[in-house]
Ligand binder design. Sequence first.
Ligand SMILES: C[S@@+](CC[C@H](N)C(=O)[O-])C[C@H]1O[C@@H](n2cnc3c(N)ncnc32)[C@H](O)[C@@H]1O
Length: 269
Amino acid sequence: MTQNQEPGGGTLAQRMFGPQAGVYAESKVHIRDDSLDSVQRLTAPGFLEGSTPYGWAVDIGTGAGFTAFAMAGVSERVVATDITRPMLREAGRIGGERGLGNLSLSQNAAESLPFADGSLDLITCRVAGHHFRDFGAALDEARRTLRAGGSLVMADSVAPEDEAVAGWMNDIELRRDFSHIQNRKISVIRRMLADRGFEVAGSENERVYLWFNDWVARTKVAGEEAAALRRDFQGAGPEVRDAFQVGELEDDGDFLFSWPCWIFRAVKG
Ligand SMILES: C[S@@+](CC[C@H](N)C(=O)[O-])C[C@H]1O[C@@H](n2cnc3c(N)ncnc32)[C@H](O)[C@@H]1O
């Protein structure tokens, strides 16, 4: 077993992210992008009337930790949690380099958090929810572990409301990342939150801008599989090209596109 493998091979997410942890630690869109700026605006002390810095904050699906690091500045303690051990190793390494004394790490699934009922002030989650095996169970866990009035702040790529375009996006994502579960429509996420007694107190819409060649390299998709994905983007109809801002093909086979991203702050009632 290499350092980057989980015992027994692990879950789909562990098998995808374990070997690629170092790549995610260097990824510019993960280090900072508009969605992280949105998370910081939505979690700024004072965003909700009378709100102060947080006591206990937990970042779920933390990856190499960039959202947890941002929360370390506004919380007494931050626990960076992820299902994949090599990702947490990167988060610990980078957090150490940044001198963050209030950061700790925990390996666990978002669907099973090792925290007591009502014990947390804030839960954050960025670019990870679409990988969760059971997104509803992750929301249930957020509801269980947050105190009344505590907040869940999530940022993730979302599917357009048009069924065919949403299907195209999820199919492309799954071919590029075998651990992909689902990009949901905003209307679906809103319903799931409301069903669990969360109230959306603020939200922002952003785009995640991606260069195709980088994007496929991150999940080690190459050769004919990458070529087929490239053809499908470039040959897509106007409704898909518009929805995902698919750019012109460059000489090196690269092009820019973007996924819609929704960032929300939901308060536990
Ligand atoms: C793209 S990375 C997250 C990026 C990170 N949140 C950031 O802000 O840079 C997605 C992460 O989700 C984690 N993940 C996937 N399924 C999970 C689950 N069910 N529970 C917890 N983490 C999970 C993966 O291990 C991976 O580290």
